[in-house]
Write a protein that binds this ligand. Structure first.
Ligand code: C2E
Ligand code: CA
Ligand code: CA
Ligand code: CA
Length: 277
């Protein structure tokens, strides 16, 4: 038997080796997953709170390895970002969105699908061309594709600022994502050509709970209104949250109350049911 201290050391060493192996193995597995077409897109409805109509969707990447469970993006996006592979994931998502939803978008001119962009996407030098190529292939107006960018993704303002201005000039709507979870100042946001502000789920969750963070949503709403931005609340799970947001002028929302992320054929079927009801 080893003394307790040495045992702990061994356990610690084992954990460190396993973690390190995982870090090294993940990019290789992502690369293989891209080659083997293991990445899919799930679509979550974005609804107009006033009318209940589905006005858009967010494209959310999913990874399914044969025989395995679906791996959530939170488990591989960080490694994809660190390794630069995120650019290839973005391109795959764009390709899938156009293949699956291109015809639908062409026949629904006011509908838009949001795609998540990472900081690395702004550093490829051809982000505008990549987005134009995606919509161009299906002859769609740029308004069909919304760019969702996080505060983290916009840290390098000298790079991101001019690209966003060009995208906006081309007609691509732009949303600032996960708003309130980063450190951007008001003047920073003011200088960016944004259309939408997405209220992060952590703040929506706090609505009606009396928690200190429940004070944050009204504050964010005031900021967005001052900036002239339309709002999309994330993570709306119940009618208390919905009514609170609606009463305070938040026009759009997504969340389990309306629909979970789903494959595109299911999305279209549910949207038809919704319209018929
Ligand atoms: P996000 O952009 O903030 O996306 C919203 C997340 O909230 C999604 O998680 C969605 O499934 C989840 N969600 C939506 N409504 C509800 C709700 O009512 N309740 C709860 N509990 N959750 C809700 P998901 O799909 O796991 O994605 C996590 C994050 O991964 C995304 O957060 C985004 O930052 C990132 N991500 C997803 N797809 C992509 C992608 O294609 N590219 C990049 N760069 N990042 C992606
Ligand atoms: Ca997003
Ligand atoms: Ca978000
Ligand atoms: Ca979020």
């Amino acid at each position: 038997l080893v003394p307790a201290g040495a045992g702990m050391g061994l356990v610690l060493a084992f954990v460190i080796v396993m973690l390190a192996r995982r870090q090294l193995a993940l990019p290789a597995a992502i690369r293989a997953g891209l080659r083997r077409h293991q990445f899919h897109v799930a679509y979550q409805p974005i609804v107009d709170l006033g009318t209940g109509k589905w006005v858009g969707a967010e494209a959310l990447v999913r990874w399914r390895r044969p025989g395995g469970p679906v791996i959530s993006p939170d488990e591989f996006i960080p490694a994809a970002e660190q390794s630069g592979l995120i650019v290839r994931i973005t391109d795959r998502v764009l390709e899938l969105v156009m293949n699956e939803a291109g015809a639908f978008l062409a026949s629904h001119p006011h509908f838009h699908i949001g795609v998540n962009l990472s900081s690395a996407d702004f550093h490829t030098g051809d982000l505008i061309e990549r987005l134009q190529a995606a919509t161009g292939r299906a002859s769609l107006p740029p308004g069909s594709l919304m760019a969702e960018v996080t505060e983290r993704g916009l840290l390098d303002k000298d790079v991101a600022g001019p690209i966003l201005s060009a995208l906006r000039g081309q007609g691509f709507p732009i949303a600032i994502d996960d708003f309130g979870t980063g450190y951007s100042s008001l003047s920073y946001l003011e200088s960016l050509p944004l259309n939408y502000l997405k209220i992060d789920r952590s703040f929506t969750e706090a609505i009606g709970t009396g928690a200190a963070t429940s004070q944050v949503v009204p504050h964010i709403i005031r900021m967005a209104t001052d900036l002239g931005l339309q709002m999309i609340a994330e993570g709306v799970e119940n009618s208390v949250q919905r009514d609170f947001l609606l009463e305070r002028g938040v026009q759009f929302a997504q969340g389990w109350l309306f629909g979970k992320p789903m494959p595109f054929p299911e999305f279209v079927a549910m949207m038809d049911e919704q319209a018929a009801a």
